[in-house]
Design a protein around this ligand. Structure first.
Ligand SMILES: [Zn+2]
Length: 257
């Protein structure tokens, strides 16, 4: 069966207890950390169950056996832990970089990011500062989108045309702005009702997901707890807006973990 947009998985940290973690992560970031073993099992599940790991291009047609793998935030463990596992399976993934954090403790350096590219991975922008873009002034949004793209292009000497919008908040104007500035593939988290332009929503993979939870998420099956979490999350985002939602987010995730 052909479908127009692929299933996209969103990973963050893949931790092995040896590679140092960043010190300036947002509260609750650890809720998206998977162990190396868990990630390896996820990749093995995809391979053994006939999934094809693909790149997301707007013109592609996808089947329900196609999966796109993405990583947000550019942590050092993406290079040290995730990359060897991806290579073992022959999979290609997208890595979205927070430009202001490149080279800081626990994040990749430009050399390491270049190695990802050289090994066939796709490098994209995750903004300059990891701020919620919809809460910024238009001029700041412009800078986040434009300068992050340009800085990666200059440092790696490659074209960059893909972005993952940081922190899950976006709107139609933001997506249109990203297209205007030359991005061709835009990844978001959940699609807000007002966003009509093409962009790819993603499944946020969480630290307690074994293969079964991954399989349920891929097949669209949600447990009662997941459903309660998602509706409360949606409600909180609507009612509390960005800042308020951010304050309760980690508590919400912990309760429904
Ligand atoms: Zn992020």
């Amino acid at each position: 069966m052909e479908i127009t947009s692929p299933l996209v998985l969103m990973y963050h940290g893949i931790v092995d207890g040896k590679c140092p973690l960043p010190e300036d992560r947002e509260t609750g970031a650890d809720l998206y950390d998977l162990s190396a073993e868990q990630f390896d099992q996820h990749m093995a599940f995809l391979q053994q169950n006939g999934y094809t790991v693909r790149q997301a291009k707007e013109t592609s047609n996808f089947t329900n056996k196609d999966v796109v793998i993405t990583f947000d935030d550019g942590e050092l463990n993406n290079h040290k832990v995730a990359l060897p596992i991806l290579k073992k399976f022959g999979f290609t993934a997208y890595f979205f970089i927070i430009v202001s954090r490149v080279g800081r403790k626990g994040y990749m350096t430009w050399e390491e990011i270049k190695e990802l590219h050289d090994q066939g991975m796709i490098v994209g922008s995750h903004g300059l500062s990891h701020q919620i873009l919809t809460s910024l002034l238009d001029s700041q949004i412009d800078e986040e989108l434009r300068a992050s793209k340009r800085t990666i292009e200059v440092n790696l000497d490659i074209p960059v045309d893909t972005i993952s919008i940081p922190r899950g908040f976006c709107n139609e104007a933001l997506i249109q702005k990203a297209y205007e500035l030359g991005y061709k593939t835009i990844f978001i988290s959940d699609r807000p009702a007002d966003v009509k332009s093409p962009c790819l929503s993603r499944i946020a993979v969480k630290n307690n997901w074994k293969v079964r939870e991954l399989q349920n998420a891929i097949l669209g099956k949600k447990t009662v707890t997941q459903r309660a979490f998602l509706s409360l999350k949606k409600f909180s985002k609507c009612i509390l807006k960005e800042e308020g939602y951010n304050k309760i987010r980690s508590g919400l995730i912990k309760v429904f973990k």
